[in-house]
Design a protein around this ligand. Structure first.
Ligand SMILES: Cc1ncc(COP(=O)(O)O)c(C=O)c1O
Length: 480
């Protein structure tokens, strides 16, 4: 009798739970439909001063439950007032837009909720990740020993690569961590310095290499710094080169850097978080010529390919380093199958989200050729924007061709003030950047849903805004 009652209760709860999920999915559908409509009609922001958030929105948490219809109303308003990162007016950070097939894959991953640590937990999702990675190794040309993983983001990819390089250097018992020197461009992403702190390397042992006028590492500076460090008894061990620097989207010259690294036993990592997806394009692959000579490489499909955050791929030329640094036994976790199918052996995280499925779903549906078309279109749109700036005398251009970042100033308006006011007045979400002490507006063309029309519209919005608010805008001396 007790047994039957227990079964009845389990079935009751199971049915209630599965009914709830079905009802909540219907609610999800309603919420997203109205969000998409709103995103179409009011694509920018709904600016609220941070101190007014609690007064404007029902954010406070309560002691007692509330009815689903009230929750639905609160969620609807919360969605409406959240910045629309996938809209046609979002150019703020290095992502934007959503590819529907990648979103589909990610929604499924949320629903499945498998951690990617073992075959027992993730089953065929392990093959999804392995297939994705192995196609990427082939495209890079890393050879049969290649390995990789899908960490939580580009910063984590960079961190893991630094740890691999550090551990390789410290295998030599005569080495001392306090002597290890990291090289990176003055234009590299800020994760490099954070990662140095995390990895136990001294902060003063980072050398920020000077860049040329196009934002690429000056080869001579790298050579000189390495030479000086060796003279001082230090050990150069890691170079972070960038494929698409965060502000200018400049591509460091791997063919020039690789021989210096090889000669001095320096691990060459290529941070392609922003521009690394050029590997999929026949037309733009030349920007990472020599990529097969690197020791590790990463890119973010969530930046240029419309995959939801985060979709970051880390690849290593020789997977033995991944095992040497990250493989640890854990009887409570690894209970079936070997390390080829238990991906936790080469990852940093234990409970790791399935970030492969969205990229795999995207690739499966549009093919490698479809991915190539996305990249080529984004570069083409950047050309159109650059051309607009060049041909309109009220603009000054600060960026270069073969880049997804178009940097400019309009007349002599202060870019920082202009970007802030465009945002606060809900006109446009765009940011500014600095290169060689000049500040400018940075328009990035990496929303895979945008066309030339949306990007040209940015200039129109800026021009109309300036006409209307001319009096209240700050000006600066512009540098040509
Ligand atoms: C060049 C570069 N590297 C790394 C990152 C960090 O990537 P994530 O935001 O996924 O940590 C970024 C982000 O903008 C970047 O531009």
């Amino acid at each position: 009798m007790i047994f039957e009652q227990t079964i009845f209760l389990i079935l009751f709860f199971y049915n209630t739970m599965s009914n709830n999920i079905k009802k909540d999915l219907l609610l999800f559908n309603d919420l997203i439909n109205s969000f998409l409509e709103q995103e179409k009609h009011t694509p920018s922001n709904y600016y609220i001063e941070p101190e007014n958030l609690y007064k404007t929105l029902d954010i406070g948490l309560n002691e007692n439950p509330i009815k689903t219809e009230f929750l639905a109303a609160i969620l609807k308003e919360l969605l409406e007032k959240t910045p629309k990162s996938s809209s046609k007016l979002f150019f703020n950070q290095l992502y934007g837009g959503r590819h529907s097939k990648a979103v589909l894959g990610d929604l499924l991953a949320v629903f499945l909720n498998n951690s990617m640590a073992t075959y027992k937990i993730a089953g065929p999702q392990v093959a999804v990740e392995k297939e994705l990675l192995s196609q990427i190794y082939k495209i890079i040309g890393y050879g049969k020993n290649a390995g990789g993983t899908i960490p939580t983001g580009g910063s984590m990819c960079n961190f893991m690569s630094l740890v691999l390089a550090r551990d390789r250097a410290l295998k030599d018992p005569s080495q001392d961590i306090s002597k290890l020197v990291v090289y990176t461009s003055e234009n590299s992403h800020y994760s490099i310095s954070k990662n140095v702190s995390l990895s136990g390397i001294k902060k003063e042992n980072i050398r920020y290499l000077k860049s040329d006028n196009f934002g690429k590492i000056k080869i001579i500076d790298f050579k000189n710094q390495v030479y000086k460090d060796i003279q001082r008894g230090m050990t150069p061990f890691y170079l972070n080169a960038t494929a698409g620097t965060t502000v200018l989207c400049a591509f460091d010259d791997i063919l020039e850097l690789a021989p210096i690294c090889k000669k001095n036993n320096i691990w060459l990592h290529l941070d392609g978080a922003f521009g690394g997806t050029v590997i999929f394009s026949k037309k733009y692959r030349f920007l990472v010529n020599g990529i097969e000579l690197t020791d590790s490489f990463c890119f973010n499909a969530h930046k240029t390919l419309g995959a939801p955050i985060s979709t970051s791929i880390l690849t290593i030329k020789d997977k033995k380093y991944l095992y040497e640094s990250f493989d640890t036994s854990a009887e409570y976790l690894y209970q079936t199958h070997d390390e080829k199918f238990n991906l936790g052996h080469t990852s940093f995280e234990c409970g790791r989200r399935n970030n492969a499925l969205k990229f795999w779903t995207l690739w499966k549906s549009i093919g490698r050729i479809g991915i190539e078309k996305i990249i080529d279109k984004e570069f083409k749109i950047a050309d159109v924007a650059r051309n607009y700036v060049i041909t309109h005398p009220d603009y000054t251009l600060y960026s270069f061709k073969n880049s997804l970042s178009v940097c400019f100033n309009y007349k002599n308006f202060d870019p920082e003030d202009l970007c802030k006011k465009l945002y606060e007045k809900n006109k446009l979400m765009i940011g500014f950047g600095t290169f060689k002490s000049t500040k400018f507006i940075r328009l990035i063309t990496i929303n895979c849903q945008n066309s030339e029309k949306e990007v040209l519209n940015v200039f129109k919005i800026i021009e109309d805004f300036v006409k209307k608010f001319n009096e209240s805008l700050k000006t600066v001396k512009t540098k040509k």
